[in-house]
Write a protein that binds this ligand. Structure first.
Ligand code: G6P
Length: 364
């Protein structure tokens, strides 16, 4: 069936607003809200000792967010690699490794080739895909579907958060199956995950405060995104979104790496966007932002209202919903997407069909 834009100006805007539903639908595939439990039977998580995720583009960043969760919640060593590197470098894999392809389309040539290679090595394989009839869905031994629905905008939004939701839920399932998470903790994490659709909806109301900063952002030649923990891959995703649709050069960095290079770029013209939920590394990120501000760099800090104010001229704040740290990548994905979207609209670019990009890269 034809997908229509309806009341929205662009498919990307529509897809951003569909995320409460697409995340809810995807979580329901893996978690039971009523019993507060995760489905642990999609794969034998006790029989594997490592996860190797392969993906490209936005799906690669979703994979990196998944990695933090698999290691923290399930004690499972997890590697994430860009598929075009993985497939050509003769990686060393061990037999108890589970290979996981993450892909919206299920057709990206490099990701598919990596999956086929892993299968030929005798590994167990799974595919987190949004198109359930795709090549990767057929090739993988286990299909881990996302339920984002058809995504038309070339810049991925709802497919990304659906991938993150699936991976976070699967990490909880893996933690339970491996005896790392007891019933009380499982119930807490499942409840936290099911709070994300409501908090994503709340984050969607941040549009006005985001529109207030894009005027300045649209004038920049370079933008730096900073984050720690799962906010680090989200910072890279934020930079990717901004460059894809607004053609502004942007980089995502681990905030702790600021001193090792990017701080040399800081001047009055280079905005820094910080993803700063109130987690156990908030203070560390805050001190990085003060270093940026002290060098005259404009800072936009996205953090909950109750987060402390930072000392330093030029630090602007955008309030994000307060949330459980596990779901911060889902909630903070929204301001990241809206920043890119409104900046592109401000610049007048072709938001849904950015130059030189394809929705699905099925040839190398
Ligand atoms: C292209 C798209 C991206 C997407 C990437 C991987 O570059 O423009 O939005 O993240 O391919 O696509 P996949 O379908 O494998 O997720």
């Amino acid at each position: 069936a034809m997908v229509e834009k309806g009341e929205y100006r662009h498919f990307m805007e529509k897809e951003i607003h569909e995320q409460p539903d697409s995340v809810q639908h995807t979580l329901s595939e893996y978690l039971d809200l009523v019993t507060g439990t995760a489905k642990t039977n999609t794969i034998d998580f006790a029989a594997i000792d490592r996860i190797q995720i392969v993906a490209c583009g936005t799906a690669f960043y979703a994979g990196q967010i998944g990695r933090y969760a698999f290691e923290k919640l399930a004690g499972l060593p997890c590697d994430v690699e860009i598929a075009s590197e993985f497939r050509y470098r003769s990686p060393a894999v061990t037999q108890k490794t589970l290979a996981v392809a993450v892909s919206q389309s299920g057709e990206t040539a490099d990701t598919l080739a990596s999956l086929i290679w892993c299968k030929a090595q005798g590994l167990n394989t799974a595919a987190v895909v949004n198109v359930h009839s795709s090549s990767m869905a057929r090739v993988a031994a286990v299909l881990w579907p996302t339920h984002a629905g058809p995504e038309i905008g070339v810049a991925s939004t709802k497919a990304f958060t659906a991938q993150v939701a699936a991976l976070l839920a699967l990490a909880v399932a893996a933690g339970v199956a491996r005896g790392r998470i007891d019933a009380a903790r499982e119930a807490e994490l499942v409840k936290a995950l099911f709070e994300s659709p409501r908090l994503i909806a709340e984050a969607l109301t941040m549009g006005d405060s985001i529109r207030a900063v894009v005027q300045d952002l649209a004038k920049a030649d370079d933008v730096l995104f900073l984050g720690r923990g799962a906010m680090f891959p989200l910072a890279m995703e934020g930079a990717l979104k901004l460059k894809e649709i607004s053609y502004i050069h942007a980089e995502g960095y681990a905030a702790g790496e600021l001193k090792h290079g990017p701080i040399a770029l800081i001047d009055e013209e280079t905005p820094t966007i910080a993803l700063a939920p109130l987690d156990d590394v908030f203070e560390k990120t805050a001190s990085n932002l003060q270093e940026v501000a002290a060098r005259g760099g404009p800072v936009i800090m996205i953090a909950p209202e109750k987060a402390p104010d930072l000392h330093g001229a030029g630090i602007r704040r955008i309030h994000a919903p307060d949330c459980h740290p596990l779901i911060a990548p889902l909630v903070y994905a929204v301001p990241v997407q809206l920043l890119a979207y409104y900046t592109a609209v401000q610049k007048g670019t072709d938001v849904d069909q950015p130059r030189n990009l394809a929705k699905s890269v099925t040839v190398e």
